[in-house]
Each structure stands twice: as structure tokens, then as C-alpha cells.
Ligand binder design. Structure first.
Ligand SMILES: C[S@@+](CC[C@H](N)C(=O)[O-])C[C@H]1O[C@@H](n2cnc3c(N)ncnc32)[C@H](O)[C@@H]1O
Length: 250
């Protein structure tokens, strides 16, 4: 276990009790529909949910496909996914303990930002059957104008994040791993910053530092994120990118 991975485990262990309510995107039905449509699951499919956490994505596939397997490194998160999985494996995404070509669909939402890249995405591609689909979902900056402030907010909210993405980055990771038939879709999720920053794993001074970024946000950031205040609280329209690609048939 690397130091980075142990830091991730400590962070998500602290958050595990309240994770599902810690962001509105966690249970956003529109985002869920987009993830499923990008994955195009068939009833006979075997699906792997990488960084499954509490199983919020796994449960979208359970009952819809032949088998759902979850993998994660944080036991206290993944234990909650058990009812939504046919099998749970505690292992790092960088070394998936499955033979090559095991799954028809591999999906990872809000996971790659914590992983060694590009190794983890290459592993996801390796365990995919020819003709199978790999789906990556992550928060991204809108572009160069908002990235410095947005990445600072993301870093403050979750200090164990290792990567911060622009919209094209997810597609590039898929292409570089070997995927073809690439598709990228966007989805905007609204977050009340006071709720979102109260994740159970950061101290009040970090939450205040996040509010401070919003208080002093540049006009470009305000415009792109359509930042507004409601009852003195900031609301941000955060961008998700849902990128999918196919492992070419041999
Ligand atoms: C933000 S949560 C996302 C959970 C779930 N995918 C979802 O969308 O709700 C991130 C999860 O990634 C897991 N994780 C982070 N780094 C990992 C790695 N290298 N290998 C496997 N899981 C990892 C964490 O333990 C945590 O459960």
C-alpha cells in the first residue's frame, strides 16, 4: 500500500458514514441515467465498478445485468456496497486482481482523481473483453479560465485528490489506453457549497477557505459556474464529464 493510497483510505474511512449525502451529485438521477446510457449494459453482461465506494453506481446495474463486481481500497466505504454487488474485492485499481478480458463493462465514477495515472486506466482496459465498454466519470474544470480557482476549491475540499481534469482529459486517458469509439458527454450538477464542503473529513478552517474562494471568485469563474447565493450560501454548477470508449474486437 503506497502512502497516497493510505491517505485515501484514511480520508474515505472518516467520510464513510455520511458519504451518500455529502454531495448532491452522489444521488443525482440525471447523472445516473447518463452513466447507464454511456455504459450500454446488456442483460448478459458482467460489470466491474472500480472505486465503487458505497455502491451508488453499482446499484444502477444490479438486476439489469448478469453480474456486478465492485472493487475499492476503503473497506468502510465498500462494505456498504455489498447489498448491491455479486462480489466485492478490496484491491487497488492500479493492480486489479482479475484476468485480462473478464468484464463487458468497466465503470469508474469520481475514482481516477485518486489513482496513479495512466496505470489505473490501463488496468481497467486490460480487464475489459474485446467489444466491452469503459466509462469514466469525473468532475472537470470548464476550461483554463476557471481551472486555477476550481482546482483550489477541489483540493481544499478533498486533500487526497491527486489529479484535476479538463474536459478533454478523460477521453485522452481512454484513447491512450487503447479505446476506440470515444464519446464524451457533459452534465452539470448543482451543489450548495456549505453542504458540499461539510464532508466529515475536513476541518472548519478549510470550509471557510472554500467560502473565501467563492467570495473572491473572478468574473470568469462566476460566469462559467453560474455561481449564485441563496440565503447567504454559495451555489455552484459543477461540470461532470462522462467519457466512454470501446475495447476494439481483436
Ligand atoms: C469519491 S468516492 C466515489 C465512490 C463511487 N464511485 C461513487 O461514485 O459514489 C472515491 C472512492 O474511490 C476509492 N479509491 C480511491 N483510490 C482508489 C484506488 N487506487 N483503488 C481503488 N479504489 C480507490 C475510495 O476508497 C473511495 O471509495
Amino acid at each position: 500500500m503506497s502512502t497516497e493510497q493510505q491517505d485515501v483510505i484514511d480520508h474515505f474511512t472518516a467520510r464513510s458514514g455520511t458519504y451518500d449525502g455529502s454531495s448532491s451529485w452522489c444521488t443525482d438521477q440525471g447523472l445516473h441515467r447518463l452513466v447507464v446510457s454511456a455504459a450500454r449494459p446488456a442483460p448478459g453482461d458482467e460489470v466491474l465498478d472500480v472505486a465503487c465506494g458505497t455502491g451508488l453506481v453499482s446499484r444502477l446495474f444490479k438486476g439489469r445485468v448478469r453480474r456486478v463486481v465492485g472493487v475499492d481500497i476503503t473497506e468502510d466505504m465498500a462494505d456498504q456496497a455489498r447489498p448491491h454487488l455479486d462480489e466485492l474485492v478490496i484491491a487497488p485499481a492500479e493492480a486489479l486482481p482479475f484476468p485480462s478480458g473478464s468484464f463487458d463493462v468497466v465503470v469508474s465514477r469520481q475514482g481516477i482523481q485518486f489513482m496513479s495515472l495512466p496505470e489505473a486506466v490501463r488496468e481497467m482496459f486490460r480487464v475489459l473483453r474485446p467489444g466491452g465498454r469503459l466509462v469514466l466519470v469525473n468532475l472537470c474544470a470548464y476550461g483554463p479560465e476557471d481551472a486555477p480557482e476550481y482546482f483550489e476549491v477541489l483540493r481544499l475540499r478533498n486533500p487526497v485528490r491527486r489529479h484535476f481534469f479538463h474536459p478533454d482529459d478523460l477521453g485522452s486517458l481512454l484513447r491512450d489506453a487503447g479505446c476506440a469509439d470515444l464519446h464524451t458527454q457533459r452534465y452539470v450538477s448543482e451543489e450548495d457549497i456549505d453542504v458540499w464542503s461539510d464532508n466529515g473529513a475536513i476541518a472548519e478552517d478549510r470550509r471557510e477557505a472554500i467560502r473565501e474562494v467563492y467570495r473572491n471568485a473572478s468574473p470568469a469563474f462566476r460566469r462559467l459556474h453560474e455561481v449564485r447565493t441563496e440565503n447567504g450560501r454559495y451555489v455552484d454548477r459543477m461540470l461532470f464529464v462522462v467519457a466512454s470508449g470501446l475495447r476494439p474486437a481483436q
